[in-house]
Design a protein. Structure first.
Ligand code: ACO
Length: 330
């Protein structure tokens, strides 16, 4: 059986209106714009309104991606929604999005691979379409992290933001689309990046609320050490899979967690920083949304053109890491 070529035929993004700057954080916790900018590169991030949940952001991005792709919403036969911040503990957020956008012919499920989620979900979409099982898959990365981090914990709350990115994935012309991919995981037994309670290990209780363990907790330096190895490793694996060298890549879209991590990856890979697209200064770390948000912004600016070879590369809770090489097809 000949496998089909698979690629992204439309991409859309959405961020909430509310801007939360580093200076706004100075008013609520002991921190400074200088500390946040120099350690992470982040200047501001977007926060969802009280009424907005992850599905609302996802649906806005999805509608734009579908419009761009030129297909109709009824042609979508699968929704793969990457998120760590679902609307509800039970009921996939993908099913909520199905209703919001009217994708009546789609199956729907969530993918939880944290910040690697967008690349994980794109990889699954490629497998399903190349084998002929599906035709048009809507891949979404969406997060409302502002409601899942502890606004009293300066180690985490300044890092994250809310947003969504969506891609319509379909068969594309020969020679274009997703050329190769690499997915990896390394179980985080020490809890370097985890929400310790609120799940089945430690259900929500008065004690949990008092100790605030229903919010994300992070050992920043442990994650940093993992990230500076994982990003280059995933990218090299994907490059090898594509039979390409680092210099063949026109632009890299890394997970937007910390500019120092990206700087280190740039040196290890021998790819200059000007090929790495960064917008974390404006949005912070939006986990599964971050790579798609960066790609969407670059597309809008005309920085990615048909035939360009791009790399998507990320790492996140789990711990997970992932990379993908795409020959852009529109
Ligand atoms: N403002 C001011 N000071 C702070 C803040 C803050 N917001 N946060 C921490 N500090 C303090 C610490 O308390 C510590 O003080 P101490 O020395 O008196 O104890 C000091 O700053 C240094 O803290 P470090 O943790 O050593 O700072 P570091 O240089 O490692 O930077 C950071 C911290 C930015 C979190 C870094 O470790 C990092 O980026 N790690 C990776 C995190 C990451 O990428 N996470 C997302 C993964 S994606 C996902 O799946 C969700």
């Amino acid at each position: 059986m000949k496998l089909k070529n698979v690629g992204i035929i439309g991409l859309g993004t959405y961020v909430p209106e509310r801007i939360m700057t580093n200076f706004d954080f100075e008013k609520i916790i002991e921190t400074s714009d200088e500390w946040i900018r120099s350690r992470t590169g982040i200047e501001e991030r977007r926060f969802a309104s009280e009424e907005q949940a992850t599905s609302d952001l996802a649906a806005e991005a999805a509608k734009k991606a579908i419009k761009k792709s030129g297909i109709s919403v009824e042609d979508i036969d699968m929704i793969l929604l990457a998120t760590t911040t679902p609307d509800y503990p039970i009921q996939s957020t993908a099913c909520v999005v199905q209703e919001l956008i009217g994708a009546v012919n789609a199956a729907a499920l969530d993918v939880n691979a944290a910040c690697s989620g967008f690349v994980y979900a794109l990889t699954m979409a490629k497998g399903l379409i190349s084998s002929g099982m599906n035709k048009n898959i809507l891949v979404i990365g969406a997060e409302v992290l502002s409601k899942c981090v502890d606004m009293q914990d300066r180690n985490t709350c300044v890092l994250f933001g809310d947003g969504a990115a969506a891609a319509v994935v379909s068969e594309v012309e020969e020679g274009y689309g997703i050329i190769s991919q690499f997915l990896g995981a390394e179980a985080d037994t020490k809890g370097s990046l985890r929400t310790p309670a609120g799940g089945t290990r430690k259900p929500l209780s008065q004690e949990v609320l008092e100790e605030r363990s229903n919010f994300l907790q992070m050992k920043g330096q442990d994650v940093f050490k993992f990230a500076v190895k994982a990003l280059p490793k995933a990218t090299i694996e994907a490059l090898n899979g594509a039979g390409l060298e680092a210099e063949d890549i026109n632009m890299v879209f890394p997970h937007q967690a910390n500019s120092r991590i990206i700087d280190s990856a740039s040196k290890r890979l021998g790819i200059s920083m000007d090929k790495f697209y960064l917008n974390l200064n404006k949005y912070g770390n939006t986990s599964s949304a971050s790579i798609g948000l960066a790609l969407g912004e670059a597309l809008e600016k005309g920085l990615v053109k048909k035939g360009d070879m791009i790399a998507l590369t990320g790492f996140g809770a789990g711990l997970t890491y992932a990379s993908m090489i795409i020959k852009w097809c529109y």
